[in-house]
Design a protein around this ligand. Structure first.
Ligand code: HEC
Length: 213
């Protein structure tokens, strides 16, 4: 009995005495492993953002004005708007070009003529024109502040329907408000780079029943 205890104590102290360098060595090893895992993660993230930027440029249905803009943000913004955010679904109306309706089994062709120009009716509400306003006197930073406020709070800058209150309806701002600042900036950069367009009803035929308020 006594012998067993002594042997165990000896064994234990041997383990502890021997543990120092071994632990330090494995710590250094794990730090190296951690760093290389971090580097791999960073490379992967950069790669995934790069592929989003590339895809964003491939899928934008309209030509982009890149002068004076951050190219990466515009590409990323296109990816978010056209492949993730579904902004197009509500803000482009009609959604598809003639013979380009995937719901009818046709190859998808977005309606580039009215791309993001709004006007789609949702009961008493209509989606707004998101394309750049050539007559606006606000600075880009003022526009950006307003845009971020819309996306964060849903507060309607136009106060278009006070009878329903000050907040935008239908528009999924309660979802978008959790996006990162960078993603919101990217969306904004993309929306600034697309051409101005007028909504279908303004362009085509104001007397169509679907165009009546
Ligand atoms: C489900 C439909 C829907 C989707 C998806 C959608 N919107 Fe909207 N959005 C609307 C409607 C409808 C309004 C106007 C609501 C109202 O009048 O109360 C609006 C309003 C806005 C406004 C306010 C414009 C202004 O200044 O008057 C902005 C900005 C906006 N949307 C941006 C976006 C962006 C960016 C996306 C994609 C990330 C998006 N929306 C996706 C339906 C949608």
């Amino acid at each position: 009995m006594n012998k067993t205890v002594t042997v165990s104590v000896l064994l234990l102290s041997g383990l502890v005495a021997g543990a120092g360098p071994a632990v330090a060595g494995s710590r250094a090893g794990s730090r190296v492993a951690e760093q290389s895992a971090q580097a791999a993660t960073n490379a992967m993230l950069a790669g995934s953002e790069e592929s989003k930027i590339k895809r964003g440029f491939e899928i934008s249905p309209v030509p982009l004005d890149l002068r004076g803009r951050n190219r990466a943000l515009v590409g990323l913004g296109s990816y978010i708007v056209n492949a993730q955010g579904a902004c197009n679904d509500c803000h482009t109306w009609p959604n598809f070009a003639p013979n380009g309706d995937p719901y009818l089994g046709q190859p998808k062709a977005i309606n580039a003529t009215h791309f993001l120009a709004g006007g789609r009716p949702f009961g008493p509400f209509r989606s707004r024109n998101l394309t750049p306003d050539p007559n606006s006197t606000a600075t880009p930073e003022e526009h950006y502040a307003e845009f971020v406020n819309v996306m964060h709070t849903g507060w309607d800058p136009d106060q278009a329907h006070p009878q329903f209150g000050p907040l935008l309806q239908v528009m999924p701002w309660p979802v978008y408000q959790d996006m990162t600042d960078r993603d919101l900036r990217a969306i904004f950069e993309y929306l600034s780079a697309i051409p101005h367009a007028d909504p279908f009803c303004k362009d085509e035929n104001l007397s169509l029943p679907i165009c009546q308020p």
